[in-house]
Ligand binder design. Structure first.
Ligand SMILES: Cc1cc2nc3c(=O)[nH]c(=O)nc-3n(C[C@H](O)[C@H](O)[C@H](O)COP(=O)(O)OP(=O)(O)OC[C@H]3O[C@@H](n4cnc5c(N)ncnc54)[C@H](O)[C@@H]3O)c2cc1C
Length: 296
């Protein structure tokens, strides 16, 4: 195995163009596990560790440009106000040691349906900035996940950053696991209220071959909130609306039975998380002060 150590982003792109099968390594918290267990034996490892700009972020007027290697710890400590959903999701990743190394670029690179960043990115409506020697493109997050642990990157492309809209309303993230830390999600749910466009977006993790949105649930809720004048009145969401939203979210899941949980448990849990996170975010939007920071 050869180790490529580019000193700059340009060198990294040139190396990826020359060796398209090279496996990038950022925090290494996925890559090293695969190598240690002999699940992967790449001809080349492309170390991104010397490229400082990948660990930087910029807060713009409407959007945060988050470098691909910004560790979860930095998101939790510095971007909680701008990216509350992703900050909550980051909290649930593994342990402090892993959160100090791992980042969203690696989560996207692995594209596991259980990756914790995905539901938050789907709910917020992110775009993935990818680059190669051929140029740069922005991939809408909805188009990024193409199959189980597969993504839309071309062989010569690297992820440079993720563009995420700054929160203009409450966001929540909920994860079911067998314990509170160091646990892969049995299933997870992210939600973001977008009062500017009067829409709600969602993300479901670990309950389908890829991370997905609960689109029918979103459409139903968006219509119900609009028709009922909820955005202006800020009245309590009718229990029947919350129930229907939860059922549609549950119906969006397409899970499997595995060692972490059964398909039917996952479907059920997605519905529960959808209803709870809707309640938390809506209470926060209404300004009752009863929105919990709770992560189930
Ligand atoms: C003990 C343990 C517990 C964990 N718990 C969780 C958890 O609770 N939740 C969770 O979501 N994850 C968890 N993980 C998985 C891992 O920590 C995350 O997926 C993390 O986000 C990976 O980031 P990284 O920088 O370490 O990626 P790396 O391991 O460096 O890379 C991961 C993948 O992304 C690719 N890649 C990295 N950077 C780029 C780039 N710039 N462009 C293109 N491709 C790139 C790599 O080639 C590789 O395929 C855990 C891992 C361990 C070891």
């Amino acid at each position: 195995m050869d180790f490529l150590r580019p000193a700059s982003w340009e060198e990294a792109l040139a190396a990826k163009a020359e060796h398209p099968t090279a496996v990038p390594i950022a925090g290494g918290t996925d890559v090293m596990v695969e190598i240690n267990f002999d699940h992967r034996r790449p001809e080349y490892l492309l170390d991104l560790g010397r490229i400082g700009e990948l660990r930087e972020w910029e807060v713009g007027e409407d959007t945060v440009r988050l470098g691909a290697s910004v560790p979860y710890t930095d998101i939790m400590e510095n971007l909680r106000a701008e990216l509350p959903g992703l900050a909550l999701a980051s909290h649930t990743v593994a342990s402090p040691q892993i959160r100090n190394r791992g980042g969203v670029g690696g989560n996207l690179g692995t594209a596991s349906p259980a990756g914790d960043a995905h539901p938050a990115l789907l709910a917020a409506g992110a775009e993935v900035e990818v680059e190669s020697v051929r140029g740069t493109r922005l991939i809408p997050i909805d188009d990024f996940y193409t199959g189980v642990k597969r993504n839309a990157l071309a062989p010569d492309e690297l992820i440079s950053a993720v563009h995420i809209k700054k929160a203009e309303g409450p966001q929540q993230y909920s994860k079911v696991g067998t314990r509170n830390a160091m646990v892969i999600a049995v299933c997870a749910f992210g939600i973001a209220l977008h009062p500017g466009t009067r829409t709600v977006r969602t993300g479901i993790g670990s309950a389908a071959p890829t991370p997905i949105r609960a689109k029918a649930a979103e459409e139903f809720l968006n219509a119900a909130l609009e028709e009922g004048g909820f955005w202006d009145s800020k009245k309590i969401i009718t229990p029947s609306v919350a129930k229907q939203f939860a059922e549609l979210a549950s119906g969006a899941a397409n899970p499997i039975d595995d060692v972490r949980g059964t398909a039917s448990y996952r479907r059920h849990a997605v519905g529960i998380m959808a209803r709870r996170t809707l309640g938390w975010t809506w209470e926060s939007y209404r300004g009752t002060g009863r929105s919990t920071e709770g992560v189930a």
